[in-house]
Design a protein around this ligand. Structure first.
Ligand SMILES: Cc1cc2nc3c(=O)[nH]c(=O)nc-3n(C[C@H](O)[C@H](O)[C@H](O)COP(=O)(O)OP(=O)(O)OC[C@H]3O[C@@H](n4cnc5c(N)ncnc54)[C@H](O)[C@@H]3O)c2cc1C
Length: 146
């Protein structure tokens, strides 16, 4: 397994090792600013629960095999959004005029562009998550089967 670590954030990838399946904060920790940690943990739990039921009742292991990549698409989406939001909230306080300038540009865009505001709302509410789950955007993660 590899760990992507940045500050207090991390992602364990893949979230599976043999018959060990990680979920929630054990697999990924996301900056609290966007309030996504519990949502991601629940998403993992629902996927893993359904996958275990399919494996144990129907002998179908395909969902367990797809568990890690299905979770990680959403995890990386929210990691990126949380970092973006942290910069939006704190960038002007960094004492760096360049960061302050780009942060104010982001804020201006949010308040002046309905398209930018709608994209922001989608990420914040989680209604854009379906696109993160779209298999066409699947990254080539190594998956350890059960
Ligand atoms: C202050 C704060 C505010 C937050 N606000 C939000 C929010 O608004 N929205 C949001 O989506 N997320 C929020 N989060 C993040 C969210 O709480 C976590 O991402 C989420 O609880 C992770 O769920 P989990 O089940 O993976 O881990 P946990 O909720 O930490 O559950 C792990 C459980 O395992 C137990 N445990 C640990 N070791 C052992 C052991 N050896 N044996 C048996 N049991 C053990 C622990 O006691 C705990 O009950 C917040 C987190 C914090 C700290």
């Amino acid at each position: 397994m590899a760990r992507g670590i940045r500050g207090h954030d991390y992602v364990t990838e893949p979230m599976v090792f043999g018959r060990l399946f990680l979920a929630g904060d054990a697999a990924h920790l996301v900056a609290p600013i966007a309030a996504k940690g519990m949502n991601l943990a629940l998403h993992d739990a629902f996927l893993l629960g359904d996958a275990l039921v399919a494996r144990l009742t129907e002998g179908d292991g395909s969902r367990l095999a797809g568990y890690s990549p299905a979770c990680l698409r959403r995890v990386w989406d929210y990691q990126e959004f949380s970092q973006w939001l942290s910069e939006l909230y704190h960038g002007t306080a960094a004492g760096d005029p360049f960061r302050a300038g780009t942060t104010l540009a982001r804020l201006r865009r949010l308040f002046t562009s309905p398209t930018a505001a709608a994209a922001f709302a989608e990420q914040y509410l989680g209604t854009a998550a379906g696109r993160a789950d779209d298999p066409r955007w699947r990254l080539p993660h190594a998956v350890d089967g059960p």
